[in-house]
Design a protein around this ligand. Structure first.
Ligand code: GUN
Length: 295
C-alpha cells in the first residue's frame, strides 16, 4: 500500500500567517486600526517562556502590536485580575491571552472568565464556548481550528465524514467536536472510558487524536485511506538517552494505512500560534465593528 500523504503543518501555518498579515494590513489601511495582542505570563515555566517568546515574535511579524506582561511567580490573583481588567479597558488591545498553567495559588478559571469574551483569543471563556455550540460567531480555540484547517487541506469538504475525536478536553476534544459538527461530520467523541475504542476508531474517515498518551493509536486501528490528525505532543525517552517528541499516534504504523497524516513535530503544533494570530485579527475586526476576513 502507498504511504500516506504527509500534511505539512509548517507550510500551512505559514500560509495562515500570510493571510493574517494581509488582514492586519487591510484593517490599518481601511480603518486606521492596528490589531494588538497582549500575552500574560506568570512565573517561570520553561515551556511557557519559549511559547510566549515565539508568540510575541510571530505577532510582530504579521504586523500587529504585541505586549508581553511577564509577572513573577508570586504575583497575587488580585494583581493578575487587575491586569486583565486594565487590558479589557484598553481599546488598543484587541486580544488577551493568559498563558496556562498559572501558579497553583491562582484560580485559572476565575482569571480566564474575567477576560472580555470579545478579546478572548483562546476561546476558553464560557460565552465563546456557548457561541461555538449554538453556531454564533465566536472566538474558537486555536488548536481545534488549526486541526480543521489541516484536515480541509486534504479534503476541502468534510461533509458526511465519520469523524472520531479521541479526548474530551475543553481545550481540544470538545471544541474540535463542535467544529466537526459544524462541518457536517458525524462525530463520535471517544475517551479513556470508551469501550472497544479500537473498533470505533476503525470506523472513522477522519481521526483527531488529542488524548496526551504517547503513540496510543496503532496502525491496526486505522481504516485504510483515513485522514489522521495528531494533536499530541509527548516528550518520551529516546534510544540515544535523550528525549524525543512523539504524538498520540504511532506514526510509522499509521502512515502505512492512512490516506493522509500529520507528523509530530511539524503538524498541528505550528498551527496553534498561527490560529491565535488569526483570532486576534478577527477580534480586532469585531471590536471596530467591521466584517472580518475570518468569521
Ligand atoms: N498553554 C499551552 N497551550 C496553551 C494555549 O493554547 N493557551 C494558553 N492560554 N495557554 C497555553
Amino acid at each position: 500500500m502507498a504511504e500516506a500523504q504527509i500534511i505539512d503543518g509548517k507550510k500551512i501555518a505559514a500560509d495562515v500567517r500570510a493571510e493574517v498579515a494581509t488582514e492586519v494590513a487591510r484593517l490599518v489601511k481601511e480603518h486606521g486600526v492596528k490589531a494588538g495582542l497582549a500575552v500574560v505570563l506568570v512565573g517561570e515555566d520553561p515551556a511557557s517562556k519559549v511559547y510566549v517568546k515565539n508568540k510575541a515574535q510571530q505577532t510582530v511579524e504579521v504586523g500587529m502590536n504585541s505586549w508581553e506582561y511577564k509577572l513573577p511567580a508570586e504575583t497575587s490573583e488580585a494583581e493578575v485580575l487587575a491586569l486583565v481588567q486594565k487590558l479589557n479597558n484598553d481599546p488598543a488591545c484587541h486580544g488577551i491571552l493568559v498563558q496556562l498553567p498559572l501558579p497553583k495559588h491562582i484560580n485559572s478559571e476565575k482569571v480566564l472568565n474575567a477576560i472580555n469574551p470579545d478579546k478572548d483569543v483562546d476561546g476558553f471563556h464560557p460565552v465563546n464556548v456557548g457561541r461555538l455550540w449554538v453556531g454564533e460567531r465566536a472566538l474558537v480555540p486555536c488548536t481545534p481550528t488549526g486541526s480543521i484547517i489541516l484536515a480541509k487541506s486534504v479534503r476541502p469538504n468534510l461533509s458526511g465524514m465519520d469523524a472520531v475525536v479521541i479526548g474530551r478536553s475543553n481545550i481540544v476534544g470538545k471544541p474540535v467536536a463542535a467544529l466537526l459538527l459544524r462541518e457536517n461530520c458525524t462525530v463520535t467523541i471517544a475517551h479513556s472510558r470508551t469501550k472497544n475504542i479500537e473498533d470505533i476508531v476503525k470506523c472513522a474517515d477522519l481521526v483527531i487524536a488529542a488524548v496526551g498518551i504517547p503513540e496510543m493509536v496503532k496502525g491496526s486501528w486505522i481504516r485504510p485511506g483515513a485522514i489522521v490528525i495528531d494533536v499530541g505532543i509527548n516528550r518520551v525517552p529516546s534510544e540515544n538517552g535523550k528525549t524525543k517528541l512523539v504524538g498520540d499516534v504511532a506514526y510509522d504504523e499509521c502512515a502505512k494505512v492512512a490516506g493522509a497524516i500529520t507528523p509530530v513535530p511539524g503538524g498541528v503544533g505550528p498551527m496553534t500560534i498561527a490560529c491565535l494570530l488569526r483570532n486576534a485579527a478577527q477580534a480586532a475586526a469585531m471590536q471596530i465593528g467591521v466584517k472580518s476576513a475570518f468569521a
